[in-house]
Design a protein around this ligand. Structure first.
Ligand SMILES: Nc1ncnc2c1ncn2[C@@H]1O[C@H](COP(=O)(O)OP(=O)(O)OP(=O)(O)O)[C@@H](O)[C@H]1O
Length: 300
């Protein structure tokens, strides 16, 4: 069932940058991945969804209610972990969570205490609950960020670039935490890290230059690209020539050679081998403006 409907959202900043350009999306319960390169407009969209800024035009409805017309009901249902999550560094995790729970309207003391304790356990911060938040590592801070976002049992959870800068262990921990949030709420994960979406999200979209350029299910989108991604190792001096002749979707330098991936319906040249595409290939192909074939996705 669709819970979040975004229709024709456009936002231009005063410096002339069009950060959102006619964005439309529908989102149901579960984790939805919003992928896009730096500057694509992801944070602008997340802040607009959180009713922290207004679009120039367009509409966002959550459970049938226009969120900019009725920001009050949305805020009580919203959990938001922004990209640059600031904390009061001297407060302990437990005190800060109590404080933020109060601000979020959890006024009943017993209920607030139960929620804070449960979230400290869930985010594996119970042992350090009395420690000042300012002394937390990056991973602990992000887990604290998700704990505060989940106060008040939100129905719409927005997390903006949550794993940037986390080591692999903390990233896994954070992934487990996000997947636990459950299927009864809408979780929007905005990121430029393809693996985050691959590991967590049954539905995704790619945003580039303020536009949704691809939308679908990661598994279906990769399947739709199957049979069209070719690999060849080439010396770095030859790369430019290949880039002029073929649709090179990505390159990786490993031990002195360049691993090059090309999108083509047939074998592009001698030495190319067909490879099964990952989500990264789907993402890079979309950024290049290449469409998946079949029913896998929609390109706008
Ligand atoms: N307050 C602002 N004033 C002017 N331009 C802005 C403002 N905020 C963002 N922009 C511009 O809007 C565009 C989209 O920015 P936004 O931060 O939404 O992208 P993003 O996808 O979140 O990028 P990143 O992954 O780097 O955080 C960029 O060109 C950015 O420079």
């Amino acid at each position: 069932m669709t819970r979040l409907t975004i229709q024709n959202l456009t936002k231009r900043y005063s410096n002339g940058v069009k950060a959102l350009d006619n964005v439309s999306l529908t989102v149901s319960n579960g984790m939805f991945g919003l992928l896009g390169p730096n500057g694509a407009g992801k944070s602008t969209l997340m802040r607009t969804l959180a009713a922290l800024q207004f679009p120039d035009s367009g509409q966002i409805c959550f459970d049938g209610k226009d969120i900019h017309q009725y920001p009050g009901p949305l805020r009580s249902q919203l959990g938001y972990l922004p990209q640059d999550f600031g904390v009061y560094p001297k407060l302990s995790a437990i005190d800060l969570l109590h404080h933020l729970a109060l601000l979020k309207g959890v006024t009943n003391k017993a209920e607030r205490s139960d929620q804070v304790m449960a979230l400290l356990q869930q985010t594996n911060l119970y042992a350090v609950r009395k420690q000042a938040v300012g002394t937390f590592s990056g991973g602990m801070r992000q887990r604290f960020g998700i704990a505060q976002a989940l106060l008040g049992n939100p129905q719409l959870v927005i997390v903006d670039e949550p794993t940037a800068g986390l080591d692999p262990q903390e990233r896994n921990r954070f992934h487990d935490l996000l997947s636990e949030i459950g299927e009864q709420v809408v979780v929007i994960l905005s990121t430029h890290i393809v693996e985050d979406v691959h590991d967590l999200c049954p539905e995704m979209a790619v945003l580039a230059n303020g536009k949704i350029i691809l939308r679908g299910q990661p598994a279906t989108l990769t399947e739709a690209l199957n049979g069209r991604v070719w690999h060849k190792s080439v010396p770095k001096e030859a790369l430019f020539q290949y880039q002029q002749s073929f649709s090179v979707i990505s390159t990786r330098r490993m031990a002195g050679t360049i691993h090059m991936y090309v999108l083509a319906d047939d074998c592009p040249d001698v030495g190319f081998k067909l490879v099964y595409p990952g989500l990264e290939a789907v993402y890079f192909a979309a950024l290049l403006g290449c469409q998946p074939q079949g029913k896998g996705g929609h390109i706008w």
